[in-house]
Design a protein around this ligand. Sequence first.
Ligand SMILES: *Cc1c(COP(=O)(O)O)cnc(C)c1O
Length: 384
Amino acid sequence: MKKATQFIHAGAHPDPSTGAIMTPIYQTSTYVQEAPGVHKGYEYARSQNPTRFALEEALAVIEEGNFGLAFGSGVAATDAVMKLLKPGDEVIAANDMYGGTYRLFSKIYEKFGIVFHYVDMSLMGNIEAKINPNTKLIWAETPTNPLMNIADIKAIATLAKENKLLLCVDNTFASPALQNPLTLGADIVMHSATKYLGGHSDVIQGALVINDKALRDELYFIQKSCGAVPGPMDCFLVLRGIKTLGIRMERHSQNGEKIAHYLKAHPAVKKVYWPGFEDHPGHAIAKEQMKSFGGMISFELKNDSMEAARKLLSSTHLFSLAESLGGVESLINHPASMTHASIPREERIKNGLSDTLIRLSVGIEDADDLIADLEHAIQSAVNV
Ligand SMILES: *Cc1c(COP(=O)(O)O)cnc(C)c1O
């Protein structure tokens, strides 16, 4: 099945009791058994729920994998992966990944004796240098948040296989419409379904997609034992979001491209971070492993004062000042004080995330309207 068809039909089976074309929201905690142990495969809703199963099947199909697992949030999905490890195990992770992932690793899992190495994954040598007999997992994110660095999934997967390590890729920014890490050799794909999968800023949810049955069984055991499952209403919302993922991502990418070029040509803008530019260091790899470059863009003004950034951030009308990304509406965000505030300033600056960096999640509105909104805000900022 081609991608456009997958998004509409994956996981969709007419409901056996009524023929309903949309999977019903099975809002139930338990299931009646005919006799002890005699049931239809559903015992208790933490372990089995038909709405969640439909979503998990859809996730597997659209991410080109064999098995999907849904979680109560993106970080709950990441947390499940971490529970594959034991004290003394080591993880190599990206040094500019999502702030909440860094917080989970550094504030929760370090104290259980897991050791983390944070490296710039755009250079393979940095990853190789940290591999030792205790290394168990490579955690990659590409493009990264918010600096839009690109990691070579295929090359990292080869390195992981050679060293018998698991590779998990956070594919939230690209979405399954633009990039499918399992086809490039990754073992696990993680998503914050809160973002492009849901697509409408109305749900918090996470997902894992896996090819290997034994690994899936381990993660399913963690999902039901630890219990971070999403409710059926939220599964319904993400199933509905997936139907339009293909056309939404097309528009996000088109608008993203127009806005990236507009910003790059702007005399008041110092630097634009977008992997679609030919002079972006990861451009060739991004072009190879992504279908298009998506709607995420970061930039800095030439005026690098905090005041100018603040003025810009509070002067847009269509771009709403908010954390999160991937919804149909455009958002503007200040990583240093918002999404990435949990990373110590020193660490942030060292990794290239300046105090004045501005991140855009470009929505699917009319690109000319979005550009006019940014132009007005940049002009206000230039004059502070
Ligand atoms: C939002 C996000 C997460 C965390 O997901 P939640 O659904 O907020 O728990 C992880 N990774 C990336 C890249 C994200 O953008």
